[in-house]
Write a protein that binds this ligand. Structure first.
Ligand SMILES: [Zn+2]
Length: 185
């Protein structure tokens, strides 16, 4: 937020310093641990029987991707915090816009190792509560805003398998964090 405020006030050096300060190695370590190879201590014991089962690709609900209108509705409902861990998140389009303006200080690329580490973790996801691989639909009622760590870390496990509460039964977190939507190009 401070970086965006400084940028909007014309202080590019100040904004750049804040973007660099948020590119923290420990966030990257955390991200890779959760997202990386299966680890029972993080992801829980592997289950031998899945209920509902993991579906073959051709049996999964279509379309896989949520529509633009549904994305807008999900953000209008959930705002810009992860519904599991409350971390502030920002849409990928916004992250890319900032990266285009600050390529050295807030880098972004399709290659994970070249991404700014806060933005990598805070990359807004439209996460299926009942995973798509388990028969979940790509619609507003089955999807919530999450951070990349929670989305990738859960893999295709159900809420129950991940020992997570259903976030739909908890209030949405509202702060002055706006997903960096105020960033002026
Ligand atoms: Zn999260």
């Amino acid at each position: 937020m401070a970086a965006v405020r400084l940028h909007n006030a014309g202080d590019r050096l100040g904004a750049a310093a804040h973007f660099r300060a948020a590119n923290v190695a420990s966030i990257g370590v955390w991200f890779r641990k959760v997202v990386g190879p299966y680890d029972e201590r993080i992801h829980g014991p592997k289950l031998s029987v899945l209920n509902p089962p993991k579906l073959p690709l051709e049996q999964r609900m279509r379309p896989r991707m949520v529509s633009a209108a549904d994305k807008r509705a999900i953000i209008a409902r959930d705002g810009f915090h992860c519904r599991f861990c409350d971390m502030p998140v920002a849409p990928k389009a916004t992250i890319k816009t900032i990266a285009a303006s600050y390529p050295e200080d807030a880098p972004w690329s399709d290659v994970a190792s070249e991404q700014h580490l806060f933005f990598q973790a805070a990359n807004l996801q439209y996460d299926h509560l009942l995973p798509h691989a388990r028969g979940g639909e790509s619609n507003v009622s089955n999807m919530v805003v999450t951070c990349a760590v929670c989305n990738y870390g859960r893999m295709s496990n159900t809420l129950e398998e991940s020992l997570l509460f259903d976030p739909r039964s908890f209030p949405v977190r509202r702060t002055d964090w706006d997903g960096l939507q105020s960033f002026v190009r």
